[in-house]
Ligand binder design. Structure first.
Ligand code: ZN
Length: 80
């Protein structure tokens, strides 16, 4: 069977600590499953753990991964 899994990602920003993070998931809706409505899942902020609701394709909530977005301001001491 062909596997047409598309990895998708949505950018979110934590309302608690302001950290940006990416919610990635596999959208494997095929055939009649593509007609299923979106579902609401919980994604926890990787920085502070505050969970927020995100809308995902039905079934995708089982493949969700949350990662901090790149490009976060990080103070690197030293130099000079
Ligand atoms: Zn947070």
């Amino acid at each position: 069977m062909p596997q047409a899994r598309a990895r998708k990602s949505d950018s979110h920003r934590c309302p608690e600590c302001g950290a940006g993070f990416e919610v990635t998931y596999f959208d494997d809706r095929t055939g009649e499953r593509a007609l299923l409505p979106m579902t609401i899942a919980r994604a926890a902020c990787p920085a502070c753990g505050h969970s927020r609701s995100v809308s995902l394709p039905a079934g995708a909530e089982r493949t969700v991964q949350v990662e901090l977005s790149e490009g976060i301001e990080a103070d690197e001491g030293g130099g000079g």
